[in-house]
Design a protein around this ligand. Structure first.
Ligand SMILES: Nc1ncnc2c1ncn2[C@@H]1O[C@H](COP(=O)(O)OP(=O)(O)OP(=O)(O)O)[C@@H](O)[C@H]1O
Ligand SMILES: [Mg+2]
Length: 316
């Protein structure tokens, strides 16, 4: 059984668009339009796509906060509408910005409060809360009042809160937004550890580097529809994205070759080849240049990135 499954999910919003003060027209926004997905247990699944594509709407439906207009979804085997209570027991959720904290309580007190709501004893809740303060990097800041928290501290506390009930499945809507680089790395490592321990992670992010490094599977959503899905490697493969092989030639002028050459940042010409066989072509370029008597400077092979995948998928 998969951890998350949905079929034909649809969510339309009826909105009024104001053209001028007296002129309002009714309009329909298709936030989700017939979305079907399956997520295996213990994987990191990322939903990516432009602003307004439907990612948060998807997270809200799967976490029982929003009821779909059509279609069904199951989380941990439970129906998100008919068995919403069951779903809530086994999931954790991060939505940004998280409004679910008591401002006059400390971070630790907030976490203990939520732990108690899940039925933990005071002692268990406190132990778990302290462990999560360490894991998320809040540490001693857990003793400060929530109202004093910075954006990043709030984000960390949201993640800690999402984990207080040892969920089977966690939904993270932009978990590293507002985090400094070291804190973001800590959270990424935590996400990896959670998945390695068997937890299923469903996340969204606009940081493609992060998505590429964390995810087993990535789905691209555009205007409420899934337009591509696969592992980062599969997506690159499908789109036939090429590597860039760059070989710097230590020479005063452009080398004598039929290969493309540009002027590099260091003031030497650089032979640049785009290819699907980077190792073979790298050797070929170096051999040709050496054969012509040039010495080789810096060499670089650039992998196609997930960002390129996204750019290509969204522009087509
Ligand atoms: N309560 C609402 N009422 C009307 N329209 C809404 C509502 N919530 C979301 N929408 C619309 O639904 C669409 C999808 O929104 P959603 O928040 O799911 O996008 P997103 O992919 O999370 O975007 P972002 O990357 O900016 O967070 C948008 O056009 C948004 O304006
Ligand atoms: Mg969103």
């Amino acid at each position: 059984m998969s951890a998350i499954a949905c079929e034909g999910l649809r969510k339309y919003y009826r909105v009024k668009v104001r053209r001028s003060f007296f002129n309002r027209i009714d309009s329909v926004i298709k936030a989700l339009d017939d979305v079907s997905l399956e997520v295996e247990k213990g994987v990191v699944f990322s939903l990516v796509g432009p602003n307004g594509a439907g990612k948060t709407t998807m997270v809200k439906i799967l976490s029982t906060l929003l009821i779909p207009d059509a279609g069904w979804a199951r989380v941990g085997g439970y129906d998100v509408v008919k068995q919403a209570g069951r779903v809530r027991r086994i999931i954790g959720l991060v939505l940004a910005p998280d409004k679910g904290f008591y401002t006059r309580l400390t971070g630790l007190e907030n976490l203990v409060y939520y732990g108690r709501l899940y039925g933990l004893s005071k002692g268990e809740a406190t132990r778990k809360a302290k462990e999560l303060l360490e894991l998320t990097g809040l540490g001693e800041d857990g003793m400060r009042l929530f109202e004093e928290y910075s954006l990043g501290m709030r984000a960390k506390l949201s993640i800690a809160k999402a984990l207080i009930n040892d969920p089977e499945i966690v939904f993270l809507d932009e978990p590293t937004i507002g985090l400094d680089p070291l804190s973001a790395r800590r959270i990424r490592n935590l996400i990896k550890d959670l998945a390695a321990g068997g937890m299923t992670v469903f996340m969204t992010s606009h940081n493609m580097w992060e998505v590429e490094n964390l995810s087993n599977t990535v789905a691209v959503i555009k205007s409420g529809s899934i337009v591509a899905k696969g592992s980062p490697a599969e997506l690159k493969e499908k789109l036939k994205l090429s590597y860039r092989v760059e070989v710097e030639v230590i020479a005063e002028s452009f080398p004598d070759t039929r290969l493309p050459v540009t002027m590099g940042e260091r003031g030497y010409p650089v032979v640049t080849v785009t290819t699907n066989r980077p190792s073979e072509d790298l050797v070929k370029v170096i051999d040709e240049m050496r054969g012509k008597g040039y010495s080789i400077g810096m060499v670089r092979v650039q992998e196609p990135s997930l960002e390129e995948v996204l750019t290509q998928v969204l522009s087509s």
